[in-house]
Write a protein of this length. Structure first.
Length: 365
């Protein structure tokens, strides 16, 4: 039995390490492309390396459970396809005995995930956002990203179709700088420049609708229109969010929302804020425990697939992971509705996986 346990555990650990390497690399491609882009723009190496290092930390929160699922499906699928599971049963070795050490490894991964989600990831997220702010201060054009809406520029909301260096094209800006007055500015192109801590965007060949308050139904065309965003480059202290809190800080905030809530928050909004902290806390715990539930479910599913092709295991992994993370996204989107208890919704796939695993193991045993 010792030889079998050693053989199964070694196969599981090797498959897990390979899966973790590949999955973490794939999930970090966005950070790699961002680093390449920053290097091409001449950003200094210090903030870049800091950003890339701390961008990898939150990735482990997701790659560890996924790797545990993939490795259990692949290893036990191969054992089943080679007839080794059948041979073990013929020798009087039950499936729970074979699963014992892989389950033990998954419990160790649960502890690792709890430590990462409790201490490393929150601190990493805070340092990452601070480093991004530092990089943006060095590279002003990074304040403007193409292909998405950008808010927070002194009452301006803008969409940039394409950005090449400091030149912009296909620009749409919603101007809400004047109280109770909103207008839309469209321009074919523009140039971004800096003036001290101000950001200057010179628009070319565009249209303003409406032009002013006195003519709400009239638009105006221009060939050149400068827009100054004051103090856009001024360094600001990054405000800590719930993703930057350790688990102990989340628990303290849940007990007393006023201690961690922003000072500008109304008292009536404390219930919603408290629920957002509860959702964040339960998300981290559910992600950590998913290492156990994924391994427990992946073993019987891998045996049932009964094929050597790794594609079947990968397909099952994708389906399980998609369902699991859909519940997390659903719960996070409902944190403003405390009456629906979104903090408990994300536990549904974890509990369901453990129940389904128990049923499958008893049926196969």
């Amino acid at each position: 039995m010792r030889i079998i346990n050693h053989y199964v555990t070694r196969s599981f650990v090797v498959a897990f390490l390979w899966s973790l390497t590949v999955i973490t690399f794939v999930m970090s491609l966005g950070a790699i492309f961002k680093v390449t882009s920053l290097l091409a723009r001449g950003t200094s190496m210090g903030p870049i390396l800091q950003t890339f290092t701390y961008a990898l930390v939150p990735t482990l929160m997701y790659s560890l459970p996924i790797s545990a699922l993939v490795s259990s499906l692949l290893v036990f699928g191969r054992l089943s396809a080679d007839g080794e599971i059948t041979a073990m049963k013929a020798c009087g070795i039950s499936l729970p005995q074979v699963m014992r050490l892989p389950i033990g490894v998954s419990l160790f991964l649960v502890l690792v995930c709890i430590f990462i989600t409790s201490e490393i990831a929150p601190r990493g997220h805070y340092v990452l956002r601070s480093a991004v702010a530092q990089i943006r201060a060095q590279s002003p054009t990074d304040l403007i990203e193409e292909g998405q809406f950008i808010d927070g520029f002194d009452g301006l909301s803008m969409f940039i179709g394409k950005k090449t260096g400091n030149r912009l094209t296909d620009i749409c800006i919603t101007d809400r700088r004047e109280p109770d007055f909103e207008r839309v500015i469209n321009a074919a192109s523009g140039v971004v420049e800096t003036n001290g801590t101000d950001l200057l965007i010179t628009l070319q060949d565009g249209r303003i609708d409406p032009f002013d308050r006195e003519h709400p139904n009239d638009a105006a065309y221009f060939s050149r229109l400068p827009i100054r965003i004051k103090d856009a480059l001024k360094s600001r202290a990054y405000t800590r969010q719930r993703k930057d809190m350790t688990i102990s800080e989340l628990v303290a905030g849940i007990r007393d929302p006023a201690s961690t809530a922003p000072k500008s928050m109304l008292v009536d909004a404390h219930n919603s804020y408290r629920m957002s902290l509860m959702v964040e806390l339960n998300k981290r715990l559910a992600l950590s425990l998913s290492c156990l539930s994924f391994v427990a479910l992946g073993i019987p599913l891998g045996i049932r697939s009964h094929r050597k092709e790794s594609t079947i295991g990968i397909g099952i992994s994708l389906l399980v992971v998609i369902v699991f993370y859909l519940f997390i996204v659903l719960a996070e989107s409902m944190h403003t509705r405390p009456s629906l208890r979104p903090d408990l919704i994300m536990w549904i796939p974890t509990v369901a996986a453990l129940v389904l695993s128990t049923w499958l193991v008893r049926k196969q045993n």
